[in-house]
Design a protein around this ligand. Structure first.
Ligand SMILES: Cc1cc2nc3c(=O)[nH]c(=O)nc-3n(C[C@H](O)[C@H](O)[C@H](O)COP(=O)(O)OP(=O)(O)OC[C@H]3O[C@@H](n4cnc5c(N)ncnc54)[C@H](O)[C@@H]3O)c2cc1C
Length: 417
């Protein structure tokens, strides 16, 4: 049987399928709603009591459609010896002898050439542009209140060398369709007057007026309501132990033994995707990169425009009447708990970057999460076993990429991917 339905402006004809989405972070929820909108019958299974409690909970909130630079780059490789001895306060490497870690690290190093960096960054950019269109289409179809705004973004550089490197890749990105402009310190202050107190430290900046922000947790909760209204089920508090892809239909097996078969299983379990993929014999090269965030009341010089400070590696975003600050990259750290010394390191970086952006003495909440990193900084969106599709490994840009990779999954489900 085929169904015809209206999706935005287009009529879509497809055979409705029974789909199970594992994981209710931004990736799983965007995927579930996209597929439900296309007429499929969707069940989401989430181990936490609510959607959005994994890495999606309190991330940097940036829908960073133009800033898709891959982590593996000639600049990162040049820093590697320093990272190994933990001399960089913002970026640390936690080596281990685990074969998966060694394989991942070798693949990461291979992606650090100038050519691969450029290719990975531009592939990320293509997905980001698809993603912006897809998220806007989702928000036109559903009312989801997630403090979605378009304040633009300014990336500050305090060293001529890093500004020159950023200009080089920004020129390539402009060819691919971004609208970034380069400004000096005065230009940066004209765009965001709250940068006046650090004017003398700014060597240059890149401004992108179209960049957006949104609260990922509120997005997940809003999507849960939209799915419920569409008759789709989100089952929380249920953990999947394994996926069974040997029978006629793939199935998830829950802790406790319940089995749920479907036409397709879509694996969106963030960092946990590697373990679940292994149960169907697939290896996903995903490594955790732990980061931190704080949320506070705005300070006396809180920016309205999102700010990324490249030197201090910290990002600032206005989320409604609060300011969210995120940063740190502890590669290979697997425990998502907040470590007090690393939280202090984030607060120190934020104060160094923008001393009056937030009320740093009255931080309302602090959080840590594990970015699911692939060696090329691109998500894995492909069939990994009969009837089992992975949509995982969205790294530092999962919020940005979620709606676009959801559409890529839809294309695979409907036989076009
Ligand atoms: C500090 C920090 C700042 C960031 N800032 C940004 C940003 O500004 N912009 C941006 O685009 N991205 C940002 N990111 C990255 C982004 O948050 C992630 O890429 C994204 O949240 C990944 O989403 P996900 O849905 O794949 O994973 P998750 O949000 O982790 O969701 C996976 C879900 O699967 C569930 N699950 C796991 N195992 C099972 C199981 N066995 N059974 C059932 N359910 C299971 C989990 O409970 C979880 O809810 C940031 C990340 C961090 C850490």
């Amino acid at each position: 049987m085929r169904a015809e339905f209206r999706l935005g402006e287009a009529m879509v004809t497809t055979r409705p399928q029974e789909l199970v989405v594992v994981g209710a972070g931004v990736v799983g929820m965007a995927t579930a709603l996209t597929l439900s909108d296309r007429g499929h019958r969707v069940t989401v299974i989430e181990q936490a009591d609510e959607p959005g409690h994994g890495t999606s909970f309190a991330n940097g909130a940036q829908l960073s459609y133009s800033y898709t630079d891959a982590l593996a780059s000639p600049a990162t490789l040049a820093q590697f010896p320093r990272l190994l001895v933990a001399r960089d306060p913002a970026f640390r490497f936690h080596p281990s002898l685990d074969p998966d870690f060694l394989r991942w690290t070798l693949a990461f190093l291979r992606n650090g050439s100038a050519g691969r960096f450029r290719r990975n960054t531009l592939e990320g950019l293509a997905l980001a542009i698809e993603s912006r269109r897809a998220l806007h289409a989702l928000t036109r179809r559903h009312h989801i209140d997630f403090a979605h705004d378009r304040p633009g973004k300014i990336i500050l550089y305090r060293a001529a060398k890093s500004f020159a490197a950023a200009r080089a890749i920004a020129a390539d990105k402009a060819v691919a369709g971004t609208e970034q402009s380069f400004v000096d310190a005065d230009g940066a202050v004209a765009i965001e007057p709250m940068l006046a107190s650090i004017r003398s430290e700014i060597v240059g900046a890149i401004h992108t007026p179209s960049e957006e922000v949104g609260d990922p947790y509120r997005f997940c909760i809003g999507v849960q309501a939209a799915l419920a209204a569409a008759g789709a089920e989100v089952r929380c508090g249920v953990a999947i132990d394994r996926i069974d892809a040997d029978g006629k239909h793939p199935a998830v097996v829950m802790r406790g033994g319940e089995r749920l078969a479907a036409d397709r299983i879509i694996l969106c379990a963030g960092m946990a995707s590697t373990g679940l993929a292994r149960t169907v014999g697939a290896r996903l090269p995903i490594m955790p990169m732990k980061g931190y965030s704080i949320t506070a009341a705005p300070g006396s010089a809180a920016p309205r425009v999102s700010v990324t400070d490249a030197a201090n590696r910290v990002v600032f975003a206005r989320l409604g009447n609060r300011i969210r600050i995120a940063g740190l990259a502890d590669l290979g750290r697997r425990d998502a708990g907040v470590e007090p010394d690393r939280l202090d390191a984030l607060i120190d970086s934020a104060r160094a970057a923008l001393p009056d952006a937030a009320d740093y003495d009255a931080i309302e909440s602090s959080w840590a999460g594990l970015r699911p990193m692939t060696p090329d900084s691109l998500p894995i969106t492909r069939t990994i076993a009969p009837g089992v599709i992975a949509n995982a490994g969205h790294g530092a840009l999962g919020w940005t990429y979620a709606a676009g990779s959801a559409e890529r999954v839809a294309a695979i489900v409907e036989g076009e991917g």
